[in-house]
Design a protein around this ligand. Sequence first.
Ligand code: 2HG
Ligand code: ZN
Length: 449
Amino acid sequence: VSDPLLARLRDVVGAAQVLTDPDVLATYGTDWTRRFHGAPRFVVRPGGTAELAAVLAECHAAGVPVVPQGGNTSLVGGATPAAGEAVLSLARLDDLGEIDVVAGDVLAGAGVTLARLQETARAHGLRFGVDLASRDSATLGGMAATNAGGIHVLRHGMMRAQVAGIEAVLADGSVLSRLSLAGKDNTGYDLASLLVGSEGTLAVISRLRLRLVPDPPHRAVALAGFATLADLLATVAHVRDALPSLEAAALVREHTGVGAPLQGDWPLYVLFEAAGREPQELLLAEAVLDAPVPPGDAVVAADGPTQARLWAYRERHTESVNAAGVPHKFDVAVPLGALAEFVAKVEPGIRAHAPAARVITFGHVAEGNLHVNVLGVPDEAEHAVAESVLGLVAGLGGSISAEHGIGLAKRDWLHLTRPPADIAAMRALKAALDGRGILNPNVLFPAPG
Ligand code: 2HG
Ligand code: ZN
């Protein structure tokens, strides 16, 4: 191809790192759920910050929009290009520094996978506070850019809480560097925090300084079955207050293809996980069974393989839903006091527009965060279904995205939970840092027109 931009990019990153093969482009142009598609103009894979900066400077000068992409595991179309846009793959920014056990942190390239960081940290008696099912593919840069949540938010918070410093490249190729080794830094705008959750619209994250936490030697996992949501919520509140070592309280709804977890069939299950310096099995069992209305049935596992088997009931939801069709995903949060009303109303609301739809709900119950996955939504009902779920959430004082972000999937509903002044301030930031609008131009803000 004789495109002058491509020739310049080949000079920067090497010919092998500018991809134009249509089959290859198609994989970068399709999101993990297969709901969003784009035909990228090319894919460019810089090998370090200097190359990334030079690539952005070239694309900026040519006015070619770029969509940053890490492991392509977004569940909201956050890394899918529109036709004619380029994909900027960060996969090759995969340097992982030495773990600093004294400071309890590490310097990692944006393209390092979560699983690799977890493995390396564990070898030093540490771990990373965020964990999620797509750990083998999800990359740290994308996780920071989307402020990913995951299964241990209850204990360690979301991605923002783990980021101690950031290096990022602006649209025009200038490099921001806040990777300072100083333990404390109170010198003006916190650019790292601003970029976390900005979904690739303000800058492209190239490196991160990430906090690590101690890896507790003892861990226990319990799975408990409940007859009603009221009983379940009362037990979760009790366990959360009784057990400071609680790491997760996850709502499990379906157990596709893994065999029944407990004797009897329960409409609702919660998976609890606790970790600490003392053995956790009895502490967790006691906390669960001491609840005002204890679960109908429960198992507790102290050994790794059984724990992994119990976690599989929770973690496999996403892949089994994907195997059954192309899902519409609603990652929402409502105040705990409104959870029962949400659960009672959400399905009838969807069915009013898509009578044959299948609704699978699971999530992170302690945070009021539900993942409402809907299969079998006809194209013509798409808008009305989203309106009904997200409108219900907003009416109950919740958030239309608890942890996956806005992406393409929810941009038209941002106004439901962000007031006009918020959106105007976000647009002003976008215009100030990316005046030509080349960075991930389609996500976050409502579609024009
Ligand atoms: C999870 O909690 C992830 O497992 C994915 O956030 C949720 O597939 C989903 O909707
Ligand atoms: Zn989740």
